[in-house]
Design a protein around this ligand. Sequence first.
Ligand code: FMN
Length: 179
Amino acid sequence: MEKKAVVLYWSRTGNTEKVAHSIEEGLKEAGVNVSLMKIDEAEEIDYFDYDLVCIGFPSYFWHTPKPVSDYLTKHFNNHRRQGKVKWGSPKVPGKNVLIFCTYSGPHTGIDEATPAGDYVEQFFDHIGFNILDKWYVLSEFIGNTAASTEGRMGDIRGLPTEDELNKVKEKAAILSERL
Ligand SMILES: Cc1cc2nc3c(=O)[nH]c(=O)nc-3n(C[C@H](O)[C@H](O)[C@H](O)COP(=O)(O)O)c2cc1C
């Protein structure tokens, strides 16, 4: 049966949006029925209507940007009201999530992105979703040249490149085999 996925994202300077589009393309080419939505266009969706939810955001101060944490909290509270947050958080068969985070790591590298991914993971783990993966995509700090050239990750201008975005696309297609 055809699998259904949604790619949800928030992006201010376009990096996360590029990655979201690549994931959408990869899933589509693998035959998945996929919709792409900015989180502010996706207020009403129910994660449980999908076999796969992909959710993407940039790291802001090693956390999620406020609109993203507000979105996740609102949906979590709805699920709690619906009795979907159970003691022990048993896995719900067929419900999967992919978390993706773009980051620039100017100070401490990927360690200033992973806490954001771990935080988002908990919202889905609590409602029994299977965490397929967490992807961290190194990206230019658009609008901040010093952070894009002098940081721990070196010269990150132009990232993610077309080549890297193609790899994301391929990885998304491979991931769909696990649905
Ligand atoms: C306010 C602000 C805070 C940021 N904080 C971090 C951070 O803590 N760690 C990090 O690796 N990158 C940080 N960044 C860089 C962004 O995470 C990175 O450039 C990201 O790819 C931007 O995504 P977008 O283009 O989708 O908005 C920050 C950027 C901004 C604007």
